[in-house]
Design a binder for this molecule. Structure first.
Ligand SMILES: [Zn+2]
Length: 353
């Protein structure tokens, strides 16, 4: 029986709880069959916490939605480019999600952590630890100077983009098969934002960023390179996954990759079938460990934001994944690294306190 704590690089639980058409008003503190994470299922799965993303979807009344933008092609799919959204709108939406996270803290006993010490104390005390993460820097609002104010609130991780453009950078449109090299690199504002993140000690997340943007950050940043929820392009050639060259740069920087459980980024056919064996996750872990090293791989589930293998089900299925990894040869020390220790190491070298 595995009682190894899992700390995870990405979930969309805040959005799932916020939008009635996703979470149907479920409560985080009560067990539900909806979504992937709630407190009872987290306890059952040995989930110690993770990055809780604040993501602002394109407004429905502006005429773009992911389902309608999806085209099936001969060998995969393409989602035509999501348009940029208004930063004022993004900020007010993100503020509601941030408020939702702090509500979970006061009502469900989860803890928003700002330092590695707080994170480790939460593990010891068995309190679910949450890192406040923004998925897309438009969430800062019209003034990038808001970063500092949001740092005070608790923001400790920032994805420059979701899969759409903004003032700072260009996200990869979802496409299979496709290289992640889909457009221009960071803008000057984007480069300045990376410097500010370095200065404050905010992690810069590279998932969803296109390849030119990735190389711009790699050249500029003083912190280890981190992709919180992406997989190996060699095993699943989706635009969202990382090429061998990118993986080598992450390794050389002492950074890490969180393995994404979304079937579309795991399967070699890029498909959405939940009948995807856990073995497929293990193969990505194996490949990433081979490329980045055992100190550079963790989990980045995408729970509550994507379809995951039926065999995993939800957060309560994590022990089955750990068992599958154990069966394929990972010993206790390796499992501890994959499950949480690598995240702790990278956060320690990225955050200022
Ligand atoms: Zn994402």
């Amino acid at each position: 029986m595995d009682n190894i704590k899992v700390f995870d690089g990405h979930n969309d639980t805040l959005l799932n709880l916020h939008l009635p058409d996703r979470g149907e008003g479920r409560s985080f503190s009560q067990r539900s069959d909806l979504g992937h994470i709630d407190l009872p299922r987290a306890r059952e799965g040995g989930f110690g916490g993770g990055f809780f993303a604040c993501f602002t979807p394109n407004p429905e009344d502006e005429g773009w939605n992911e389902e309608e933008a999806l085209t099936v092609t001969d060998d995969g799919y393409e989602v035509s480019g999501a348009p940029q959204i208004d930063p004022q709108y993004a900020r007010s939406f993100a503020d509601e999600l941030v408020a939702g996270l702090f509500r979970l803290q006061s009502e469900s006993g989860l803890r928003v952590v700002r330092t590695v010490d707080e994170l480790e104390r939460s593990f010891r005390e068995g309190v679910l630890a949450a890192i406040l993460h923004f998925e897309g820097a438009e969430n800062l609002g019209p003034d990038p100077g808001a970063l500092e104010e949001l740092y005070e609130v608790g923001l400790r991780s920032l994805g420059l983009v979701w899969s759409r453009p903004n003032t700072y950078a260009h996200g990869v449109p979802f496409k299979f098969p496709s290289s992640p090299d889909t457009g221009p690199g960071l803008t000057d504002a984007g480069k300045e934002l990376v410097r500010e993140c370095n200065r404050l000690g905010i992690l810069v997340d590279l998932s969803h960023l296109n390849e030119k943007g990735f190389w711009d950050v790699a050249e500029l940043t003083k912190a280890p390179l981190v992709a919180t929820h992406s997989n190996a392009h060699a095993l699943c050639p989706a635009s969202r996954n990382l090429t061998d060259r990118q993986l080598a740069a992450i390794r050389d920087s002492g950074g890490m990759v969180g393995v994404n459980f979304a079937v579309a980024f795991l399967r070699e056919d890029g498909g959405e079938s939940e009948d995807t064996p856990l073995e497929t996750v293990v193969r990505h872990v194996d490949y990433l460990v081979e490329r980045v090293g055992i100190d550079g791989v963790g989990f980045g589930s995408d729970f509550d934001g994507a379809k995951v293998p039926r065999e995993l089900g939800d957060v309560s299925g994590l022990p089955r994944l750990l068992a599958a990894l154990r069966d394929s040869g990972y010993d206790d020390t390796a499992l501890q690294k994959l499950a949480h220790a690598n995240w702790v190491r990278v956060l320690r070298s990225t955050w200022c306190g």
